[in-house]
Design a protein around this ligand. Structure first.
Ligand code: SF4
Length: 264
Protein backbone atom coordinates (compact mmCIF):
# COMPACT_ATOMS: atom_id res chain seq x y z
CA UNK A 1 0.00 0.00 0.00
CA UNK A 2 1.40 3.46 -0.88
CA UNK A 3 2.42 5.65 2.06
CA UNK A 4 1.69 9.29 2.77
CA UNK A 5 4.25 10.81 5.13
CA UNK A 6 3.93 13.92 7.28
CA UNK A 7 6.84 15.37 5.30
CA UNK A 8 4.79 15.12 2.08
CA UNK A 9 2.08 17.23 3.70
CA UNK A 10 4.47 20.14 4.28
CA UNK A 11 3.51 21.98 1.11
CA UNK A 12 -0.26 21.71 1.57
CA UNK A 13 0.19 22.76 5.20
CA UNK A 14 2.04 25.86 3.96
CA UNK A 15 -0.69 26.60 1.41
CA UNK A 16 -3.47 25.99 3.93
CA UNK A 17 -2.08 28.52 6.40
CA UNK A 18 -3.98 31.34 4.62
CA UNK A 19 -7.25 29.46 4.18
CA UNK A 20 -10.30 30.01 6.34
CA UNK A 21 -11.84 27.28 8.51
CA UNK A 22 -14.83 27.22 6.11
CA UNK A 23 -12.50 26.56 3.15
CA UNK A 24 -10.67 23.82 5.02
CA UNK A 25 -13.92 22.09 6.00
CA UNK A 26 -15.13 22.19 2.39
CA UNK A 27 -11.75 20.84 1.19
CA UNK A 28 -12.03 17.93 3.62
CA UNK A 29 -15.54 17.07 2.39
CA UNK A 30 -14.40 17.27 -1.26
CA UNK A 31 -11.45 14.97 -0.68
CA UNK A 32 -12.80 12.45 1.82
CA UNK A 33 -16.59 12.48 1.26
CA UNK A 34 -18.33 9.87 3.37
CA UNK A 35 -14.97 8.67 4.78
CA UNK A 36 -14.81 11.81 6.96
CA UNK A 37 -15.98 12.53 10.52
CA UNK A 38 -15.36 15.20 13.13
CA UNK A 39 -14.38 14.45 16.72
CA UNK A 40 -15.50 16.68 19.55
CA UNK A 41 -15.11 16.53 23.32
CA UNK A 42 -17.87 19.17 23.59
CA UNK A 43 -15.51 21.91 24.68
CA UNK A 44 -15.57 25.44 23.25
CA UNK A 45 -13.56 24.82 20.06
CA UNK A 46 -15.44 21.57 19.39
CA UNK A 47 -18.72 23.48 19.63
CA UNK A 48 -17.40 26.00 17.10
CA UNK A 49 -16.51 23.21 14.66
CA UNK A 50 -19.97 21.66 15.10
CA UNK A 51 -21.61 25.03 14.46
CA UNK A 52 -19.53 25.53 11.29
CA UNK A 53 -20.47 22.07 9.99
CA UNK A 54 -24.14 22.88 10.56
CA UNK A 55 -23.93 26.44 9.14
CA UNK A 56 -22.22 25.19 5.97
CA UNK A 57 -24.77 22.34 5.70
CA UNK A 58 -21.98 19.76 5.45
CA UNK A 59 -22.81 16.10 5.88
CA UNK A 60 -20.17 15.26 8.50
CA UNK A 61 -21.01 13.03 11.48
CA UNK A 62 -19.50 13.90 14.86
CA UNK A 63 -17.78 11.39 17.14
CA UNK A 64 -17.89 11.91 20.91
CA UNK A 65 -16.02 9.63 23.33
CA UNK A 66 -18.00 9.16 26.54
CA UNK A 67 -15.54 7.78 29.08
CA UNK A 68 -18.40 6.98 31.46
CA UNK A 69 -17.21 9.65 33.88
CA UNK A 70 -18.08 12.80 31.94
CA UNK A 71 -19.68 15.84 33.55
CA UNK A 72 -23.46 15.96 33.14
CA UNK A 73 -23.00 19.42 31.55
CA UNK A 74 -20.84 17.85 28.81
CA UNK A 75 -23.45 15.21 28.00
CA UNK A 76 -26.16 17.87 27.88
CA UNK A 77 -23.99 19.99 25.56
CA UNK A 78 -23.63 16.98 23.25
CA UNK A 79 -27.41 16.52 23.17
CA UNK A 80 -28.05 20.23 22.51
CA UNK A 81 -25.46 20.26 19.69
CA UNK A 82 -27.14 17.26 18.05
CA UNK A 83 -30.67 18.67 18.45
CA UNK A 84 -30.13 22.35 17.69
CA UNK A 85 -27.56 21.93 14.90
CA UNK A 86 -29.19 18.86 13.34
CA UNK A 87 -25.95 16.88 13.49
CA UNK A 88 -25.50 13.13 13.75
CA UNK A 89 -23.45 12.53 16.89
CA UNK A 90 -22.06 9.03 17.46
CA UNK A 91 -21.15 8.37 21.09
CA UNK A 92 -18.26 5.92 21.55
CA UNK A 93 -17.84 3.98 24.80
CA UNK A 94 -14.96 2.10 26.49
CA UNK A 95 -15.21 -1.65 26.81
CA UNK A 96 -15.51 -1.59 30.63
CA UNK A 97 -17.53 0.70 32.88
CA UNK A 98 -15.41 2.69 35.31
CA UNK A 99 -16.68 0.42 38.13
CA UNK A 100 -15.58 -2.71 36.21
CA UNK A 101 -12.21 -1.16 35.38
CA UNK A 102 -11.65 -0.22 39.03
CA UNK A 103 -12.55 -3.73 40.13
CA UNK A 104 -10.06 -5.26 37.68
CA UNK A 105 -7.22 -2.69 37.72
CA UNK A 106 -7.74 -0.43 40.75
CA UNK A 107 -8.10 3.35 40.61
CA UNK A 108 -5.73 4.00 37.72
CA UNK A 109 -5.97 7.78 37.49
CA UNK A 110 -4.18 8.31 40.82
CA UNK A 111 -0.70 7.84 39.32
CA UNK A 112 1.04 9.24 36.23
CA UNK A 113 1.47 5.80 34.67
CA UNK A 114 -2.06 4.78 35.64
CA UNK A 115 -3.46 7.94 34.04
CA UNK A 116 -1.85 7.04 30.73
CA UNK A 117 -3.35 3.55 30.93
CA UNK A 118 -6.77 4.85 31.98
CA UNK A 119 -6.86 7.49 29.21
CA UNK A 120 -5.81 4.85 26.70
CA UNK A 121 -8.51 2.45 27.79
CA UNK A 122 -11.29 5.01 28.13
CA UNK A 123 -10.47 7.57 25.40
CA UNK A 124 -8.06 6.18 22.82
CA UNK A 125 -9.35 2.60 22.53
CA UNK A 126 -13.01 3.54 21.84
CA UNK A 127 -11.78 5.66 18.92
CA UNK A 128 -9.38 2.94 17.77
CA UNK A 129 -12.35 0.55 17.65
CA UNK A 130 -13.61 2.61 14.67
CA UNK A 131 -10.31 2.21 12.77
CA UNK A 132 -10.89 1.48 9.08
CA UNK A 133 -14.24 3.29 8.93
CA UNK A 134 -12.74 6.66 7.90
CA UNK A 135 -9.79 8.28 6.15
CA UNK A 136 -9.85 11.63 7.95
CA UNK A 137 -11.00 13.12 11.23
CA UNK A 138 -11.64 16.81 11.81
CA UNK A 139 -10.32 17.94 15.16
CA UNK A 140 -10.42 21.35 16.82
CA UNK A 141 -6.84 21.90 18.00
CA UNK A 142 -5.65 25.52 17.94
CA UNK A 143 -2.11 26.85 18.03
CA UNK A 144 -3.28 29.54 20.46
CA UNK A 145 -3.60 26.79 23.08
CA UNK A 146 0.19 26.78 23.28
CA UNK A 147 2.23 23.88 24.68
CA UNK A 148 2.43 20.89 22.33
CA UNK A 149 -0.27 22.52 20.19
CA UNK A 150 1.66 25.75 19.60
CA UNK A 151 2.75 24.54 16.15
CA UNK A 152 0.17 21.86 15.41
CA UNK A 153 -0.15 21.19 11.66
CA UNK A 154 -3.44 21.90 9.89
CA UNK A 155 -3.19 18.45 8.29
CA UNK A 156 -1.37 15.71 10.20
CA UNK A 157 -1.03 11.95 9.91
CA UNK A 158 -2.49 9.80 12.68
CA UNK A 159 -0.45 6.63 12.47
CA UNK A 160 -2.44 4.53 14.95
CA UNK A 161 -5.83 5.28 13.36
CA UNK A 162 -4.37 5.40 9.83
CA UNK A 163 -6.26 8.63 9.09
CA UNK A 164 -5.41 12.25 8.47
CA UNK A 165 -6.29 14.71 11.22
CA UNK A 166 -7.53 18.04 9.86
CA UNK A 167 -7.49 21.05 12.20
CA UNK A 168 -9.46 23.86 10.49
CA UNK A 169 -9.18 26.07 13.61
CA UNK A 170 -5.39 25.78 13.90
CA UNK A 171 -4.89 29.50 13.26
CA UNK A 172 -7.91 30.78 15.18
CA UNK A 173 -6.95 33.03 18.10
CA UNK A 174 -8.80 33.12 21.43
CA UNK A 175 -10.27 36.50 20.47
CA UNK A 176 -11.46 35.24 17.07
CA UNK A 177 -13.03 32.18 18.69
CA UNK A 178 -14.85 34.26 21.30
CA UNK A 179 -16.05 36.65 18.58
CA UNK A 180 -17.38 33.72 16.49
CA UNK A 181 -19.18 32.31 19.54
CA UNK A 182 -20.75 35.67 20.35
CA UNK A 183 -21.75 36.41 16.73
CA UNK A 184 -23.44 33.03 16.25
CA UNK A 185 -24.59 32.43 19.84
CA UNK A 186 -22.84 29.03 19.72
CA UNK A 187 -23.96 26.33 22.18
CA UNK A 188 -21.16 26.18 24.75
CA UNK A 189 -20.50 23.78 27.62
CA UNK A 190 -21.69 25.79 30.68
CA UNK A 191 -18.66 24.61 32.67
CA UNK A 192 -16.57 27.15 30.74
CA UNK A 193 -18.50 29.85 32.61
CA UNK A 194 -17.53 28.21 35.90
CA UNK A 195 -13.77 28.53 35.47
CA UNK A 196 -13.08 25.36 33.45
CA UNK A 197 -10.79 26.39 30.60
CA UNK A 198 -10.60 22.83 29.28
CA UNK A 199 -12.97 19.99 30.13
CA UNK A 200 -12.35 16.24 30.35
CA UNK A 201 -13.51 13.56 32.80
CA UNK A 202 -15.05 14.58 36.12
CA UNK A 203 -12.35 12.57 37.96
CA UNK A 204 -9.44 14.53 36.49
CA UNK A 205 -10.64 18.06 35.65
CA UNK A 206 -10.87 21.13 37.87
CA UNK A 207 -11.45 24.84 37.21
CA UNK A 208 -8.37 27.08 36.91
CA UNK A 209 -7.51 30.37 38.59
CA UNK A 210 -7.16 33.47 36.36
CA UNK A 211 -3.35 33.42 36.62
CA UNK A 212 -2.94 29.70 35.85
CA UNK A 213 -2.13 28.15 32.44
CA UNK A 214 -5.28 26.95 30.62
CA UNK A 215 -4.44 23.26 31.02
CA UNK A 216 -3.57 23.51 34.74
CA UNK A 217 -6.99 22.08 35.58
CA UNK A 218 -6.29 18.76 33.84
CA UNK A 219 -4.86 16.01 36.10
CA UNK A 220 -4.03 18.64 38.73
CA UNK A 221 -3.61 15.85 41.31
CA UNK A 222 -0.69 14.43 39.30
CA UNK A 223 1.39 17.61 39.12
CA UNK A 224 2.69 19.11 35.87
CA UNK A 225 3.55 15.78 34.20
CA UNK A 226 0.20 14.88 32.71
CA UNK A 227 -1.48 17.43 30.47
CA UNK A 228 -2.64 15.40 27.44
CA UNK A 229 -4.71 12.23 27.18
CA UNK A 230 -3.28 10.88 23.92
CA UNK A 231 -6.45 11.02 21.81
CA UNK A 232 -4.85 13.77 19.65
CA UNK A 233 -1.67 12.23 18.21
CA UNK A 234 -0.18 15.60 17.30
CA UNK A 235 0.17 16.24 21.04
CA UNK A 236 2.66 13.38 21.10
CA UNK A 237 4.40 13.85 17.72
CA UNK A 238 8.04 12.90 17.98
CA UNK A 239 10.42 14.84 15.70
CA UNK A 240 12.66 11.79 15.46
CA UNK A 241 9.90 9.74 13.82
CA UNK A 242 8.86 9.87 10.17
CA UNK A 243 5.14 9.27 10.67
CA UNK A 244 3.07 8.04 7.72
CA UNK A 245 -0.30 6.50 6.87
CA UNK A 246 -1.15 3.81 4.30
CA UNK A 247 -3.64 5.10 1.70
CA UNK A 248 -4.60 4.07 -1.85
CA UNK A 249 -2.58 6.03 -4.43
CA UNK A 250 -5.65 7.76 -5.88
CA UNK A 251 -6.54 9.14 -2.44
CA UNK A 252 -2.96 10.34 -1.90
CA UNK A 253 -3.13 12.04 -5.31
CA UNK A 254 -6.40 13.78 -4.44
CA UNK A 255 -4.98 15.00 -1.12
CA UNK A 256 -1.76 16.30 -2.66
CA UNK A 257 -3.44 17.58 -5.86
CA UNK A 258 -1.20 15.49 -8.11
CA UNK A 259 -1.59 12.71 -10.67
CA UNK A 260 0.46 9.54 -10.54
CA UNK A 261 0.67 7.69 -13.86
CA UNK A 262 1.50 4.04 -13.25
CA UNK A 263 2.03 3.45 -17.01
CA UNK A 264 5.30 5.41 -16.97
S1 SF4 B 1 -9.10 11.80 32.24
FE1 SF4 B 1 -8.84 10.59 34.15
S2 SF4 B 1 -10.71 9.32 34.39
FE2 SF4 B 1 -10.66 10.16 32.28
S3 SF4 B 1 -9.78 8.54 31.07
FE3 SF4 B 1 -8.07 9.91 31.64
S4 SF4 B 1 -7.24 9.15 33.61
FE4 SF4 B 1 -9.22 8.12 33.24
Amino acid sequence: MPRLTQAKLAEINRNFDDRTPDDLLRWAVDIFGARLAAISAMQKAGSVICHMISRLKLDIPVLFVDTGVMFQETLETRDRIADEYGLTVHTLHPELTMAEQTEQHGVLYLSVEGQKECCHKRKVEPLLATKGERDALISSLRRAEGGARGECPIVAVDVEMNVLRVNPLANMTDEQMDAYIAEHNVVINPLHEQGFTTIGCNRCTTPVLPNEPPRAGRWRHLGPWSIYCGINPTDMLDDEQAPAVDFPQDLIDRILGQKTDFMI
